[in-house]
Ligand binder design. Structure first.
Ligand SMILES: [Zn+2]
Length: 242
């Protein structure tokens, strides 16, 4: 069973004896018409006389791997959060889709025991992990939620029971966003999208310093990490230049 959309498409491409790009284009075309990822893959499989039940994605495994990455190291997780936060605000090709970001916040909330270490991650390590999280989260929302050409329209029928709550949150926040409303990543307050600052409501934004990503992303979904053995030594190591 595949873990990400990319793996699944590759598997289908191999079985159908077609280049990956051809399969990817077909899937994109079907999805732009409002067909879900798995349904698109199944119909292409059928077209090529392949058994459609061979093409599945295990959503619970996706969440497990994402949790594993986010648990590796606290500083790294904050950096990944910052990268994704910037990407969700970006325009064009670099944009991280909001539903995938909402799913990311949900996974992040489960992580309360990431060790704080003093190892300094290289930027390429952070980039690799962030790329993997992006792939996992975009795949996750495409299987947890029911899609149409208008975007997410509900929770997928075959969404695993353990992930239904997550899918509901993603759906609800996405719907609000379509209506021009944003859910503050810190306090959860629903505000006009035009009044947000760096994904937060104005009062959370003014409470926090703009430059301190630790502070900002510690607040994600209202979590507090003050009990994390934050010593002044840690701080010095994290910010050698400050
Ligand atoms: Zn807020």
């Amino acid at each position: 069973m595949s873990l990400t959309a990319r793996d699944l498409l590759q598997e289908l491409a191999n079985d159908a004896g077609l280049p990956y790009q051809t399969i990817a284009k077909k899937v994109n075309r079907l999805m732009s018409k409002g067909k879900g990822l798995l349904d698109s893959v199944k119909s292409i499989a059928e077209e090529h006389g392949l058994k459609e039940t061979n093409y599945k994605i295990d959503a619970t495994k996706i969440v497990k791997e994402a949790e594993q990455i986010l648990r590796e190291d606290y500083t790294q997780t904050l950096m990944i959060s910052a990268v994704l936060g910037q990407m969700v605000e970006a325009r064009g090709r670099d944009r991280f889709p909001a539903p995938a970001f909402f799913a990311f916040i949900e996974v992040l909330q489960k992580i309360s025991d990431a060790p704080r270490d003093t190892r300094s991650e290289t930027s390429s390590e952070i980039e690799d992990r962030a790329t993997r999280i992006i792939e996992l989260m975009t795949t996750l929302v495409s299987v947890l939620c029911e899609w149409s050409e208008k975007g997410i329209i509900g929770v997928a029928d075959d969404c695993p029971e353990s992930l239904r709550d997550m899918a509901k949150v993603v759906f609800r926040k996405t719907k609000l966003l379509q209506g021009g409303l944003w859910t503050c990543i810190s306090c959860g307050e629903i505000v006009n999208i035009k009044e947000t600052r760096a994904l937060m409501c104005t009062s959370c934004d003014s409470r926090l310093s703009r430059s301190d990503i630790h502070e900002r992303f510690d607040q994600m979904s209202g979590r507090r990490r003050t009990g994390y053995g934050q010593t002044s030594k840690d701080e010095e190591n994290d910010y050698p230049t400050s």
